[in-house]
Write a protein that binds this ligand. Structure first.
Ligand SMILES: Nc1nc2c(ncn2[C@@H]2O[C@H](COP(=O)(O)OP(=O)(O)OP(=O)(O)O)[C@@H](O)[C@H]2O)c(=O)[nH]1
Length: 551
């Protein structure tokens, strides 16, 4: 049973570890599957043990009952035969009872020829022993003196005595057959003894069947006295408080689980005799009966252990397979806002229905979440009126360029007399003008340029890797395109542009923007609808032709 407890401890450790480290699905499946398998295994093992144990006990009890009955039959037959032998010799003697030679020879013949008796005697009606065999007992011509021989004299019927100590000092039972003359007068008897503690045919009869598996039998008489027992020292002993002996002496046959005089549990079968008021009990220790079962169960365990181990491994692998997609989905659920989440979700092997549905739902959710995030991000970085970059987005773009040490030109653009547009056409039309200008700016600039609306009617264009002269040319192209574009119903508008760039000497980006504003102010001041390059910027980079600067 040791390995079963080992498995039990293993499951207990899994549970304790799981509790201490936090439960997860895999551990829960493992605990559930392990405990279910273990309980099923132990249950079937235990019930199989119980069923087989009961079968073994029942079978042993029935065997011993049948065996007791068989011994009863054999012993009854022996006693009947012995009585018939006495009767037969008795008949011979009745015809010639005064013949001493015949008496001596029949006493010897009865003992030696049949081998049924340890000794034989022939007694007359007065109790005188006329013949005895063997002669060595020296009882010839003596008066009967023992319990059995005196009883036979008074009973005058075929008799089997209870055990007693003979005149010669042997524990024995005495069988006798009365003798009658032709007028039916009692003239004596012929008797034979069966020694209980010494070799006798009765002992041999019972010993022949002696089992070698711890089983033994005993015979009791009506006085609870042991007539036969494998432990010879107990023969003659009276045994009380033994349920089996009580039952068999009541004349019942049956089986019973009893505790013997040494405190050992025994499986007993018993049967009463018919020729004498005796009972035969055969029994076997419960422990030795069940010993093969323990061995059998151990063999069963050894045989089933590999399958058990394989089952546990299979459960472990399955638990991993079942739990893995859910664990990966749970881990991914923590990072739904990451752009890579969708890809990670598609790579999870959701091989069964629930995990697949969960993954699909998560993919849908992630799609919605990320488009919402994208929308919010776009809204946070976009000017709502023109959909151009707003100030925050512009700052991010500039930080990016500066981090990459990428030079760029800054165009500060402002609509000329925009107030008049608002005043004349209304604020909504003013908005339309702002949106139209945004489109023109996007149209004229490159994809790599950054076009932003930073104030009411102020726009900034960032042109990476563009130096002062080229910036001026582009600003002019832009300005002219604006002034040529008709915006319904306002007509054409003009813009003024201030140009600066980064890097300029040791100036910060704020100072660069300030220079662009100053150039714009200069453009406004010198008549509007023009582009002005900040002088510091134009000197720092390539020389720009004079007319271009101050047009
Ligand atoms: N329609 C509209 N108008 C705006 C918006 N933001 C600012 N404005 C207007 O833009 C005008 C700017 O006027 P000013 O600053 O005086 O400049 P200006 O009239 O363009 O004159 P100069 O710049 O000197 O040529 C104001 O009338 C503001 O109300 C906007 O989002 N929509």
């Amino acid at each position: 049973m040791y390995p079963i407890w080992t498995l039990g401890l293993y499951v207990r450790n899994i549970v304790l570890n799981s509790l201490s480290r936090g439960l997860n699905l895999r551990r829960l499946i493992l605990v559930l599957a392990f405990s279910t398998t273990l309980i099923t295994f132990l249950n079937s093992y235990y019930s199989s043990y119980q069923v087989q144990k009961q079968q073994l006990i029942d079978k042993t009890l029935n065997n011993h009952k049948a065996y007791a009955a068989k011994l009863v039959s054999a012993t009854d037959n022996f006693l009947l035969t012995a009585q018939q032998q006495l009767a037969y010799v008795g008949k011979i003697l009745e015809d010639d009872f005064n013949n001493q030679g015949l008496i001596n020879s029949e006493a010897d013949r009865l003992r030696l020829q049949t081998n049924s008796f340890n000794s034989t005697i022939i007694v007359n009606a007065q109790g005188d022993i006329l013949g005895v065999s063997p002669k060595s007992l020296k009882l010839q011509n003596r008066k009967v003196d023992s319990f059995g021989t005196k009883a036979a004299l008074s009973y005058r019927t075929p008799m089997i005595s209870e055990p007693y100590i003979s005149m010669a000092g042997n524990l024995l039972i005495f069988m006798s057959q009365p003798l009658f003359d032709k007028q039916s007068n009692f003239i004596g008897y012929i008797g034979g003894t069966l020694y209980l503690k010494r070799a006798s045919i009765l002992n041999e009869l019972l010993q022949v069947h002696y089992y070698q598996d711890g089983s033994y039998l005993y015979v009791v008489d009506e006085n609870h006295r042991l007539l036969y027992h494998p432990d010879k020292s107990r023969i003659g002993e009276q045994v009380f408080d033994n349920q089996v002996i009580e039952e068999v002496l009541k004349g019942n046959a049956g089986t019973q689980l009893v505790t013997n005089s040494k405190g050992v549990e025994m499986l007993a079968g018993y049967a009463p005799m018919t020729v004498a008021p005796w009972g035969v009990v055969t029994q076997r220790p419960l422990e030795s009966t069940l010993a093969p079962l323990d061995d059998l169960m151990w063999q069963v365990f050894i045989k089933t252990a590999p399958i058990g181990v394989l089952t546990f491994i299979l459960i472990w692998v399955l638990a991993r397979l079942i739990a893995q997609p859910l664990r990966q989905l749970a881990e991914t659920a923590n990072t739904l806002d990451r752009p890579s989440t969708s890809l990670e979700l598609t790579q999870i092997r959701s091989w069964y229905f629930e995990s697949n549905e969960l993954r699909k739902a998560m993919l849908k959710g992630v799609g919605l979440l990320q488009s919402k995030i994208g929308l919010l991000r776009q809204e946070a970085q976009t000017d709502p009126l023109t959909c151009l970059h707003n100030r925050r987005s512009l700052d991010m773009q500039i930080s990016h360029l500066i981090a990459q040490r990428c030079p760029f030109a800054v165009l500060a653009i402002d609509i000329d007399h925009f107030k008049r547009v608002n005043d004349e056409f209304g604020h909504d039309i003013g908005d339309v003008v702002l949106q139209s200008l945004a489109k023109i700016l996007l149209d004229v600039t490159r994809d790599s340029d950054v076009v932003a609306r930073t104030g009411g009617e102020e726009f900034i264009v960032i042109m990476p890797r563009v130096e002062a002269k080229r910036a001026y040319q582009l600003a002019e192209r832009l300005r002219m395109r604006v002034s040529e574009s008709y915006i319904d119903p306002v007509g054409c508008i003009n813009v003024s542009i201030g140009i600066s760039g980064w890097p300029i000497e040791q100036l910060s980006i704020d100072e660069v923007f300030k220079l662009a504003d100053q150039a714009l102010y200069q453009a406004k001041k010198t008549g509007r609808n023009r582009s002005v390059v900040d002088a510091t910027y134009s000197q720092d980079l390539a020389p720009v032709s004079e007319p271009s600067i101050l047009e």
